[in-house]
Structure formats: structure tokens, C-alpha cells
Design a binder for this molecule. Sequence first.
Ligand code: SF4
Length: 235
Amino acid sequence: MGPCGARDVVLGERFRVTAARRSLRTLLDVHCADLGACRQCGHSDASVVPILSEARSPKVMLVGQAPGKVELDVRRPFAGRAGKTLFKWLERAGLDEHEARESIYISAITRCYPGPSPTGRGDRVPSLRERSECGSWLDEELRLIRPELIIPVGRLAIDRFLGPLPLENVVGRIHENRNQDTLARVIPLPHPSGASSWPNVPANRVLLDAAIDLLRVELQRLCIGKPMSQTRRTA
Ligand code: SF4
């Protein structure tokens, strides 16, 4: 019996884990109801609402930058072009999109669509005030979920967990983040929006491949996703 099956052998432990997951589900339901009603940043457009994750029993958190217009329209994180690329990367790590949305809590630095960039290229980068105000929701999720693995996606999210280091220094490596008494592993990914050419540079593609390999190993360790033998190693 492998380590994933062995975990369920001790009945007392299984009951403890099941009870904890059930209570996490309730806590996240309440948290998301509160978050969904947040209008703290005072957007002038009343149709701009926070975009919420679907996962309720996660051991893993993925943290993006902010939702885009497509995400606002369908009320789902990473529902647009960036999501297509992100879920391709996760599939290579052993999780299809459905599994990923079920087992990974998708959070973000800010939860509301910030509107288009004044330059006309892409979306506006959330202001420092918005990041700071919205940060309390992320802090609360880290406290509730106590994730064993955190996947920061893109510059702002990577800064939040690892500080302002060049992507070349952090992508393709495994890091640690302490949140109160919980130590999480951190595997950063570049932003998949296509706005940055970083992932297209050959040397950076090697780093991205290494990050996906690390993700596959960590997800297996957490008993999430397909066994390694069924996982494609390349795009
Ligand atoms: S961006 Fe965050 S803090 Fe601001 S209104 Fe949306 S959920 Fe609330």
C-alpha cells in the first residue's frame, strides 16, 4: 500500500482528518460569503464583485494577481486566456482543470477586476492601497487553510511570499513560507497571461519546466492528482 493509502489505515486519524476537513468546508463557506459581499475598495462600478474559489477542502493554495474581465463575466478565477495556460501547466503536473479547481484554493492579491490599464495594454495593476486592503482576506485564508503547498503565480504574488527577487532566482526552485505555526512549501510560477515574454525565453522555459516537475512531486506527496507514470512531462 502506498503512502496515500496508508494514511487512511488508522481509524482515529481518518476520523480526525475527516472532521477537520468538514469544519474547514464550513469555515470557507462563511469566509467566502463575507468576501463575496466586500466592497471595501469602493469600486464605482457596482457590477464589479469579488471572484471566489470553488475548493472547500484544500491542502494547496494558488495565489494570482487579480481577476480579469472574463473572470468577472463568468464569476470564476482563471477562466480566461491566462487560465488556459495555467491549467495546461497544472495538467502537466498531474491535475486536470476540474481536479485543480476542486483541490486547490485559488486566491489572489486582490479579488475584484481592477479595470483596464490606462496604457490600454492589459488590466490595471492593483494599487498599493487595494493590495493592502485586500490582503486581509488572503491572510485569513492562509490562517484557515494552513496550506502545505502555496503556488504564487506572477510577480505580485511571488513578492508577497518571497520578496522582490528576480523571477530567474525563484522559479524552478522550492521555497518555504512560515505562517504562524505552519510551514508551507512554495513553488512559484510566472504569470501565464501572455503579457510578459518571460516564459518564452528558452532559459526561462527550462526553469518553468523544473517548476512543473517540482509541482508534480509535491502534489503526489499530498496525494493529489494522477500518479507520475500517467503524467506527461512536456507540453
Ligand atoms: S479588491 Fe478586495 S478589498 Fe477591494 S472590494 Fe474587492 S474584495 Fe474587497
